[in-house]
Design a protein around this ligand. Structure first.
Ligand SMILES: [Zn+2]
Length: 456
């Protein structure tokens, strides 16, 4: 940051600086100062919104007014420009955030056995004396038991867990979260509210459906409520107009999620919880709109999926600020579990990976492809590695945020590949078998995911 300021000052003096000169490339990891998250005696309110792309949020520059409430909230918050998810889909992303342990191999049984032995964030906070609750309308994060119905569910460890079926308005989730806060505002608590939000299928509530360009008359084959499988079936032949119609329905769903988050934030203010709570808002991942030949999420490690909005309100950080350094949402395991401590620490380099979770096949993903897609972000660079397809790509994501220009021959590639391969080896889940109970829980979860339309 200092370097950029100096260049800016020089530019003012010389009055002729080109934009490219401002965008000096940084080969070293540029991170965030962990001390900005220090918050002694604070409650923690974590609000996550599923599938919300960073570039569809107003405060990050989106052209439409999709998020008026988040934008207003961001005016008095820490807004992180470069936050990244550890995974391109919900359960692996939250597993990493709720355990601090992103295992990277493709053997489902080993992963389940590994997480069975892990202490989840909810449990850790319980042990520190917090009342813990998780409320969601995702529907696939676990059953109605205190520990979820899934040995590796991110919900595991929360004392109170409420799960509602997804509904397009999300009102039930908001009402329940508000009621919970009213009843427990005097406790020391950790509350996680997860909105299904703009997650597919893009069924927009009728009053918002037309706000961002969708129209029954001009959207060709696209209609409000069309399933994601149906959209995927015509993906390759979508016209530009049809693709815009899909995006406009997605935007309408974002608008609804923002409305709900706004109601929740208003109540947090009314209850004076902003004075003694750290309030963290981020998305688990984004969605793809055919930029790399895919729709929706789960099957790549490109930034349409990994780059996410992150907005934090910390009562100990008085001034609003835009923060440039790279940060992984996975770091919130360390941040939340050490919120009282002088020594919050985390890595500046960001590792992400996708792997199959729901299928019974050990080594194949949803589409039957050989799995293993990984990335590392360090400084301005990102290396994408898909060993099953011989894909190795290097991008300067500050100069090329669309990841359109593979600078494969740049010397940074071998350095980042070496670090990423070492990370993959280091994070391999130990080879062990899950317990009978874990297998039973996993089967129940797979049935749940099927009922939600995730699995065939
Ligand atoms: Zn998700």
């Amino acid at each position: 940051m200092k370097k950029i300021l100096i260049v800016l000052l020089l530019c003012l003096v010389l009055a002729g600086c080109q934009k490219t000169e401002l965008m000096e490339s940084n080969t070293e990891s540029s991170g965030v100062d962990p001390s900005i998250f220090k918050c002694p005696d604070c409650n923690v309110i974590l609000i996550t919104i599923d599938s919300l792309r960073v570039d569809h949020v107003g405060t990050y520059g989106y052209k439409y007014n999709t998020t008026p409430n988040l934008d207003k909230w961001a005016e008095n918050s820490l807004v992180f420009e470069n936050a990244y998810s550890p995974a391109p889909h919900t359960i692996p992303a939250f597993q990493a955030i709720m355990t601090g342990k992103p295992v990277s191999n493709d053997n489902r049984d080993e992963i389940i056995a590994f997480y069975e032995k892990t202490t989840f964030l909810g449990k850790l906070m319980q042990e520190k004396g917090y009342l813990t609750a998780a409320i969601t309308d995702h529907g696939g994060l676990g059953g109605e038991s205190p520990n979820g119905s899934f040995s590796a569910t991110p919900i595991k460890g929360f004392e109170i867990f409420k799960s509602y079926a997804p509904e397009s308005s999300s009102r039930k989730l908001t009402e329940e979260s508000i009621n919970w806060l009213r009843s427990n505002k005097n406790e020391k608590f950790f509350l996680w509210v997860h909105y299904f939000g703009p997650h597919y299928p893009y069924i927009a509530v009728p009053e918002y459906a037309h706000m961002f360009g969708f129209s029954n008359n001009s959207c060709g084959r696209i209609y409000n409520g069309m399933g994601n499988n149906e959209m995927n079936a015509i993906r390759a032949s979508l016209t530009a107009q049809e693709l815009n119609c899909i995006i406009s329905l997605y935007d309408a769903r974002i608008y609804n999620a923002d409305k709900n988050v706004g109601l929740l934030l208003d109540e947090i203010k009314n209850l004076n919880l902003t004075n003694n709570s750290m309030i963290i808002i981020f998305a688990d991942h984004g969605d793809e709109f055919n930029e790399k030949g895919r729709l929706f999420h789960g099957d790549s490690v490109y930034n349409s999926l990994l780059h996410v909005p992150l907005i934090v309100r910390n009562p100990y950080q008085a001034l609003p600020s835009r923060i440039d350094g790279n940060i992984a949402t996975q770091n919130f395991f360390d941040i939340i579990s050490n919120i009282d401590s002088e020594n919050i620490e985390f890595e500046n380099e960001i590792f992400s990976r996708k792997y199959p979770f729901y299928r019974t096949d050990k080594y194949y993903d949803f589409s039957g492809d050989f799995v293993g897609k990984y990335s590392i972000i360090s400084g301005d660079y990102k290396f994408v590695y898909e060993p099953g397809y011989n894909v190795e790509e290097l991008f300067n994501i500050k100069k090329d945020p669309a990841e359109a220009n593979n600078i494969y021959f740049s010397p940074e590639r071998s350095k980042l590949k070496e670090k990423l391969v070492a990370w993959i080896k280091d994070k391999k889940a130990e080879s062990s078998k899950p317990s009978e109970n874990a297998i039973k829980e996993q089967k129940e979860t797979e049935e749940r995911m099927k009922s939600l339309g995730y699995l065939n």
